[in-house]
Design a protein around this ligand. Structure first.
Ligand code: GLC
Length: 436
């Protein structure tokens, strides 16, 4: 009886695996890059592709490396890797390349970036792949590009060497309408806002998406960047929205460590290695600035006012993934995380359920995201918080198994919400959750 049950269970797991692989194939374009989901997001997104390559490496190594190669085709001369690469035209997304008007001779792209998870996922892809020789030769060829990307963050987004890199747009954080941005975004003037038409509401319930007011600010910022020709150093001085996102800073710190690791495998120069060590050193010193001892978490900072953005969000726990924080803070954060999840069936809500702004359905203001959970899980493991990590693993797994590969999940019921057939959720299944 027990063995029958076990075999049924393992058969259903392998079915989910086959479905996840098929989903990636269905979302694949030209055997080169994967759209996050058809219609809603029909292009290549930066951090989506990085996470998606982790899915590919579990069953098609060449395709995993092709994903990264396609992403790097959009890299700008400055080193920036844009948040969207518009390989082909599509009418179903706003704002497209004609709105961005970003002067990138390499490719049509957006004019901002996204959380720099690339070095870390390249390392993970390398560690998971079988053909190490081929992988190392590819990694050697892209090391200067990854290094240039990190240099872009440190030099263009932290020109005064504070150890905190700035972001100028909520889309850049990847957590678009997180409550952290509500106050700082109000400094963006809306007087010259040009009329525009959203496309996302044609396919998704507006109650699950950022509001029209949020979009007004997003578009006004984009227009402002255009007026200043996306001059990064100038924008550091004048952008009305300028925050040090705990997510981006944690992800960059972790990526610097992973870049250092890969440098030991490649032909990198001692000078470049020293540069990365200096970046990490600066970040380690600055990191305490994110700590809020009253709340027991790390929080983003509004760089215009110098104030902490006082919320407990899933972004706060990405500090665990950085590997830069003391064990003591990690254990305090584990208690904060447990407390914030008392009313949720699926961990980790993107905003504490105790917060007045919590909304279990609306994008980054309550729902659970598989990629964020993966990073928090991995971070908790670094700090020996195994029980909590397992709880995240198990609840994410059950939600995906029950409701399929959705964009995000209701933390109370576990129901899948937002875009269907979502690539990074399928990739997380293949790389992380496909274990039982
Ligand atoms: C949304 C998400 C962002 C993601 C993009 C494509 O904008 O907030 O994190 O990269 O969709 O999936």
């Amino acid at each position: 009886m027990l063995s029958l049950l076990k075999s049924l269970l393992s058969r259903s797991t392998s079915n989910t695996r086959i479905q996840a692989q098929q989903l990636l194939r269905d979302n694949s374009e030209d055997d080169a890059y994967t759209v996050p989901t058809r219609v809603l997001y029909p292009f290549q997104w930066n951090w989506d592709s990085c996470f998606t390559s982790l899915g590919w490496v579990t069953f098609d190594e060449d395709r995993a490396w092709a994903e990264i190669a396609s992403l790097l085709k959009g890299q700008c001369r400055s080193g920036k890797i844009p948040h969207i690469i518009f390989h082909k035209d599509s009418e179903s997304y706003f704002p497209g390349p004609d709105i961005w008007q970003y002067d990138n001779p390499e490719m049509k792209t957006s004019g901002i970036s996204q959380p720099p998870v690339l070095a870390t996922t390249v390392r993970m892809t390398y560690e998971r792949c079988k053909n190490k020789e081929q992988a190392l030769s590819f990694i050697n060829s892209i090391m200067p590009k990854i290094f240039a990307y990190h240099r872009w963050w440190h030099e263009r987004r932290d020109p005064h060497n504070t150890g905190l890199v700035a972001t100028y747009h909520p889309w850049e954080t990847g957590r678009d309408n997180s409550v952290e941005w509500d106050e700082p975004i109000k400094a963006v003037p809306l007087d010259d806002l040009q009329p525009y038409v959203r496309q996302d509401l044609a396919t998704i319930n507006p109650a699950y998406r950022p509001t029209n007011e949020d979009y007004d600010y997003y578009v006004a910022l984009l227009q402002l960047f255009k007026t200043h020709k996306y001059d990064q150093i100038k924008l550091y001085e004048i952008s009305p929205f300028k925050v040090a996102d705990i997510g981006i800073n944690s992800i960059l710190a972790r990526a610097n460590s992973d870049l250092l690791y890969m440098m030991t495998l490649c032909d990198s120069s001692e000078e470049d290695r020293q540069t990365v060590l200096n970046w990490l050193d600066m970040q380690a010193k600055a990191f305490e600035g994110f700590w809020n001892s009253d709340r027991g978490v790390y929080q983003s900072i509004n760089l215009i006012t110098g104030e902490k953005l006082d919320f407990v969000t899933s972004g706060s726990f990405l500090s665990l993934w950085s590997g830069l924080i003391p064990f003591e803070s990690a254990s305090i954060m584990a208690s904060t995380l447990e407390n914030m999840c008392h009313a949720t069936k699926v961990l980790v809500p993107s905003l504490s359920a105790d917060d007045a702004k919590y909304d279990r359905y609306r994008y980054w203001r309550g729902p659970v995201w598989a990629i964020i959970n993966f990073m928090i899980y991995d971070g908790l493991k670094i700090y020996d918080q195994k029980l909590l990590a397992d709880q995240i693993f198990n609840t994410t797994r059950t939600a995906i198994k029950t409701y399929g590969f959705k964009e995000y999940y209701d933390p109370v019921s576990g129901e899948g919400l937002g875009g269907d057939n979502f690539s990074w959720t399928a990739a997380m299944w293949l790389y992380w959750l496909d274990k039982k």
